[in-house]
Design a protein around this ligand. Structure first.
Ligand SMILES: *Cc1c(COP(=O)(O)O)cnc(C)c1O
Length: 467
């Protein structure tokens, strides 16, 4: 498979180069040159197969030519052995035809583990034999950072630097990052918001001198490998609920549009998905964009679902590219407008196309709190605030009751104990393997929201720059 940039100006790359490159050199994101299709028979054949076997079938067309079947299988088996549930991403029934897809059974309790555990192994595989070293730099609103640090800790050829907005991640999230003391792990608390952190990372990728000097690589959801890994659980869950004979709808708590874009790819690959519902908190740029046709950046409001406190949603560019018939220069113009004036209009035809499969809405803090409470009263489940946003929006867009509605449970409630307790009066317990999290030693550095200062910090510590 070849990979092309959403802005049409960067060179085409093969899978491993796209993986290691992250952001394309024209500022765009890499996507496969075409969507592979699976036949309805192939999809039906996933019934009864293990998560790893389905993952192998779904990922194979994307990695063809780069990774052998045996190597892929071994990496997948190792990645998902770290999960605390045999099904990896189990379904739980919440109502007559309403389901939760639990994506939080990985080592750091959020869905980011599903992708990051395999991503680290794909990176290792790509670097092995090339004798290359890399410096991974990422921005996190809390969950990506901990998942990445856990997956990349102790790896020989990779240093990892994670920027988080100081004081704006939960204490569990922070400690999951800062208590990992491996030499190749560096936590930076930035005086700013998540969008500031993300802008700093983008600026580092656009600083070609720095980029080459430290061998910069990214694991934010702009990395195609992340999206690829997330396609799998749409297939496993749909098939478990009667797919492909029966369509399924999904409500996806959304921030950077990576998780839900994976659902779009599953649909393009042939999985019958009825609706993909973009569920946002009050930081609702995506809900506004899909409903009004204008993508206008506002200011970030901190909420109890901080992993979705985002105004600039990177992966939306991948959807734009596809619904604009892969018009790279057109996407480039929209992104320039965004840069210059803080917004752009989505072309009519593209918007119509997006609306054939996407719906979008938001849930405010009161609705989110009420949903945490109600879910517990009616089903006995404690859900985290992100999942509650998904459930609240799913309820409002329920539609045809015969179509299963699956809400993605993106984090374990114990990752956000304060918010869950305030809403429900109940304290979710950390799983036993993390019970001592609050006693572990922390290590982190603080930095101003300043590109040069952060680049200097990384230069001084990256083993690539030193070599
Ligand atoms: C990252 C995250 C999201 C948002 O996912 P995107 O792929 O960025 O849309 C939602 N919920 C939780 C718990 C997350 O960690």
């Amino acid at each position: 498979m070849k990979y092309v940039s959403t802005r049409g100006q960067a060179p085409e790359l093969d899978f491993e180069e796209a993986l290691l490159t992250g952001l394309a050199r024209d500022g765009g994101l890499y996507v496969p040159a075409s969507w592979p299709r699976l036949s309805q028979d192939e999809i039906a054949g996933f019934a009864g197969k293990s998560y790893v076997d389905v993952a192998q079938a779904v990922m194979t067309p994307f990695v063809e030519g780069a990774i052998s079947a045996e190597e892929l299988k071994a990496m997948l088996a190792e990645a998902y052995a770290s999960f605390g549930h045999r099904a990896v991403t189990p379904l739980k029934q919440m109502g007559d035809n309403d389901w939760l897809l639990e994506l939080f059974h990985g080592p750091t309790l959020a869905f980011k583990d599903v992708a990051m555990q395999i991503l680290a192994r794909l990176f290792d595989h790509a670097l092995k034999g090339k004798g290359r070293r890399l410096t991974i730099v990422g921005a996190t609103s809390g969950d990506t950072g901990s998942a990445a640090i856990e997956a990349f800790r102790g790896r020989d050829a990779i240093d990892i630097f994670i920027l988080h907005p100081k004081g704006r991640v939960s204490e569990v999230q922070r400690r999951q990052m800062t208590t990992v003391l491996d030499d190749n792990v560096h936590n930076i608390a930035v005086d700013g918001s998540f969008d500031d952190c993300q802008a700093l990372v983008k600026a580092m990728f656009n600083d070609m001198t720095f980029r080459d000097e430290v061998g910069l690589a990214g694991v934010n959801s702009i990395n195609w490998g992340r999206v690829m890994a997330q396609i799998v659980y749409y297939f496993t869950s749909a098939v478990a609920l009667g797919g492909p004979a029966r369509p399924v709808s999904y409500s996806v708590p959304t921030g950077n549009f990576g998780d839900i874009f994976a659902g779009y790819v599953a649909r393009e690959m042939g999985l019958p998905i009825d609706k993909l519902i973009v569920a946002t908190n009050v930081n609702d740029i995506l809900a506004r964009a899909l409903n009004s046709g204008r993508y206008d950046v506002g200011t970030v409001t901190p909420t109890i679902s901080p992993s979705m406190d985002i105004q600039v949603s990177s992966n939306f560019e991948r959807l734009l590219f596809d619904v604009c018939d892969r018009d790279g220069p057109g996407v480039e113009r929209m992104m320039q407008q965004l840069q210059q004036s803080g917004g752009f209009g989505i072309p009519e035809g593209a918007l119509t196309k997006a609306r054939t499969c996407f719906a979008a809405d938001r849930a405010d803090e009161a609705e989110t709190n009420a949903m945490i409470r109600r879910a517990n009263e009616t089903t006995g489940e404690l859900v985290d605030p992100h999942t509650a946003v998904g459930l609240a929006v799913a309820e409002r867009h329920r539609g045809d009751a015969s179509i299963p509605m699956v809400t993605l449970a993106t984090a374990h409630p114990a990752k956000f104990p304060a918010a869950v307790e305030a809403a429900s009066g109940l304290t979710p317990a950390l799983p036993p393997r993390m019970a001592d999290l609050f006693e572990r030693e922390e290590r982190l550095d603080e930095c101003a929201n300043d590109l040069k200062a952060i680049e200097d910090f990384i230069r001084a510590r990256s083993r690539v720059a030193a070599a």
